[in-house]
Design a protein around this ligand. Structure first.
Ligand SMILES: Cc1cc2nc3c(=O)[nH]c(=O)nc-3n(C[C@H](O)[C@H](O)[C@H](O)COP(=O)(O)O)c2cc1C
Length: 296
């Protein structure tokens, strides 16, 4: 969700190292006069900038580090919490390949997730190298180029308003400009903003006839991203590709995914080119209780 920036930079501490600029998914920050400065109009409030800042110069109003309170240090639960709290969506990778055996281990761990009625009707498609990831990125970019062209047409948006619950109009208002910018940037500078240089990918799909297809696939995906984090790998779910695949079946066909399968998650995988030095980035949650008058 794009919102107004709530980022504050401590100018005394900032060294202008650019780590925050490199990792920011919404171009909120840039370097001005040698220090990080809020120059963008939007922010995802993800606080990745806080997580990477080597001198702890950045804060986001109301965004902190809610920690579990009952977990004893050095227990298995503490280790798992640490993995959960340090996992971030990685958007900067080095070129080093990830071994196929490692990716297959991630898939195996994905398959340990719960599934509705224990159907286990998921499938995993591995994109094993950067070249193949680029082919997927390019095919996806082609879809968005066509979609953007369609969305720019007032006639097509009018049609969509009348017959398609304004899907195209909503896309035009929410995403057209940023997608166009990213496509232009990719064409001009080679900076690819779908997978951000990830050297591998895992697509999690389900077959037909499953009671809870989305839930099953995302449970498996969460296993994969946490396992990857524990192995020192970076991951990022890429919903833009899921959306493109739902609307353009030729993308799945290119990957050899049968038409009766539905892809619910595309997970970019690679060795991070960033170091997260602290956990950061969550709003405080206040749970709601339901308790009967007679319960203790
Ligand atoms: C279903 C889903 C789809 C997502 N799609 C994208 C995407 O297309 N591109 C991207 O850069 N990040 C994507 N993300 C990552 C979110 O932006 C990220 O999880 C969020 O900003 C919180 O940051 P964190 O994962 O670093 O904690 C997606 C996450 C989820 C759960």
């Amino acid at each position: 969700m794009r919102q107004k920036p709530i980022t504050t930079i401590n100018e005394q501490l900032c060294t202008g190292c650019e780590s925050c600029v490199k990792i920011c998914p919404s171009d909120t920050l840039s370097i001005r006069d040698g220090i990080a400065t809020v120059t963008g109009e939007e922010s995802m409030h993800c606080a990745q900038c806080v997580a990477v800042c080597p001198v702890n110069a950045i804060s986001l109003e109301g965004i902190g580090v809610p920690r579990p309170k009952t977990i004893e240090p050095k227990t298995r639960a503490a280790l798992l919490s640490e993995i959960m709290m340090s996992r971030r969506s990685c958007r900067a990778y080095v070129d080093t390949p990830v071994e196929r055996a490692v990716i297959e281990d991630l898939v195996t761990l994905g398959s340990w997730a719960p599934s509705g009625t224990n159907s286990q009707m998921w499938t995993f498609t591995i994109v094993p190298d950067r070249e193949s990831m680029l082919a997927l990125a390019e095919k996806t970019a082609g879809f968005y180029r066509r979609l953007n062209k369609m969305a720019r047409s007032p006639v097509k948006r009018g049609f969509s308003r009348l017959f398609m619950k304004d899907v195209l109009g909503n896309y035009y208002r929410e995403y057209h400009d940023s997608v166009e910018l990213a496509l232009d940037e990719w064409a001009k500078t080679g900076r690819e903003r779908l997978f951000h240089g990830a050297v591998a990918g895992i697509l999690v799909a389900t077959r037909q006839g499953v009671s809870c297809p989305v839930e099953d696939a995302l449970m498996a995906s969460q296993n994969i991203v946490l396992a990857a984090q524990a192995m020192g790998l970076g991951t990022c779910l890429v919903g833009f590709v899921v959306e493109a695949m739902a609307r353009d079946r030729s993308i799945g066909a290119m990957l050899g995914i049968p038409t009766e399968e539905t892809v619910h998650a595309v997970i970019a995988v690679g060795h991070p080119d960033v170091k997260y030095v602290r956990p950061s980035g969550r709003k405080k949650v206040t749970p709601r209780y339901f308790q009967t008058m007679t319960s203790k």
